[in-house]
Write a protein that binds this ligand. Structure first.
Ligand SMILES: *Cc1c(COP(=O)(O)O)cnc(C)c1O
Length: 381
């Protein structure tokens, strides 16, 4: 079956008890057992819940994987992947990660004896040089926030495999509709389902998918042992979001391309970052490893901080807010929001200047989005 069909049907058979067409929200913590050792596969909802099972099966299918696990947040999912490591192990990671991932690695997991080397994954020789005999995991994120740079999942996975390391890819920005990292050689895919998979800015969640039975069993053990599970209603919300993932992603992409092309021609705009523009430095890689370019766009205003502040104050359709991937368009100022903790010099060196704005382009009418930006930027000059 094709993606859009799997999104609506996998793990979502009519309810065996009632025939309910939609997977019910099994809002229960426990399950009445028929007798000693006789039950229907569920005993306690941290260990397993039928609504969560439906979500896990659907996520696995969309990532072309055998196994899926759902978590209470993207960072809980990330923690489950890192639970595969032990004190003394080393991780090579891209240097342009989601801020919360960096914080988890640097401020929490280093205290537990795991060490990290962050380097630019666009340069394969830098990743290669960062490997040590103790390296057990290569952690990648592509495309990245907010500069929308890519790394070559296939080439980097090959390199890691030769050195006996696991490869995990944070696939949040692309969604499985546009990119399936395990098809390119990665071992584990990680999502913040808060973003495109949920798709409606009404739930926080996370997920992992893999084809490796050993990694799956270990992360499933950790899921139950540590307990960072999503509740039945949150699982249901993500599952509901997944049903429209295919149509949403197509519209996010069409709108993002229209917005990126508009911005590229705008005299007040210095530069536009969107992997779907042929001028993007990794356009060829994007075409090779992604099936589409998703809905995230960032751009730099010539007028710097002052111009950015006025755009933020002038937009009406775009909301000035953190997060991304919902049906509504959002605008963020990375320098003062997601990247505020980064030293200014390093931030600027990465292009995260005071004049940089990031857009999560929603699925409203593209003409309205462009008119909103045109008016807001026009006022900036
Ligand atoms: C939001 C996000 C996360 C963290 O997910 P939460 O659901 O907020 O815990 C991780 N990676 C990326 C790329 C994200 O955008």
């Amino acid at each position: 079956m094709k993606f859009a069909t799997r999104a609506i049907h996998v793990g979502q058979e009519p309810d065996p008890a009632t025939g309910a067409t939609i997977v019910p929200i099994y809002q229960t913590s426990t399950y009445t057992q028929e007798g000693l050792g006789r039950h229907k596969g569920y005993e306690y909802s941290r260990t397993g819940n039928p609504t969560r099972t439906a979500l896990e099966e659907c996520v696995a299918s969309l990532e072309n994987c055998r196994y899926g696990l759902a978590f209470a947040s993207g960072l809980a999912a990330t923690t489950a992947v890192l639970s595969l490591l032990e004190a003394g192990d080393h991780v090579v990671a891209g240097d342009d990660l989601y801020g919360g991932t960096y914080r988890l690695f640097e401020k929490v997991l280093t205290r537990q004896g795991i060490s990290f080397t962050f380097t630019d994954p666009r340069d394969i020789s830098k990743i290669e040089a960062a490997f040590r005999p103790q390296t057990r995991l290569l952690w990648l994120e592509t495309p990245t926030n907010p500069m929308l740079t890519l790394c070559d999942i296939r080439a980097l996975s090959e390199l890691a495999r030769e050195r006996g390391a696991i490869v995990a890819v944070d696939n949040t920005f692309a969604s499985p509709y546009f990119q399936t990292p395990t098809d390119l050689g990665a071992d584990i895919t990680v999502h913040s389902t808060t973003k495109y998979m949920g798709g409606h800015s009404d739930v926080v969640g996370g997920a992992v998918a893999t084809n490796d039975a050993g990694h799956y069993e270990a992360m499933k053990f950790y899921q139950n042992a540590a307990g960072g599970v999503p509740g039945p209603f949150d699982s249901w919300l993500v599952l509901r979001g997944l049903k429209t993932l295919a149509v949403r992603m197509r519209q996010h992409e069409a709108n993002a391309l229209a917005v990126a092309e508009f911005l590229r021609e705008h005299p007040e705009v210095e530069s536009v970052n969107y992997p779907g523009l042929p001028t993007h430095p990794q356009y060829e890689l994007a075409r090779r490893q992604m099936r589409g370019f998703s809905g995230m766009v960032s751009f730099t205003l010539r007028g710097g901080a002052e111009a950015a502040r006025r755009v933020i104050g002038s937009v009406r359709v775009f909301s000035f807010a953190e997060s991304l991937g919902g049906v509504e368009s959002l605008l963020t100022h990375p320098a003062s929001m997601t990247h505020a903790a980064m030293p200014e010099e390093e931030r600027e060196a990465r292009g995260v200047t005071e004049g940089l704005l990031r857009l999560s382009v929603g699925v409203e009418d593209a003409e309205d989005l462009i008119a909103d930006l045109d008016r807001a930027i026009g006022r900036a000059s």
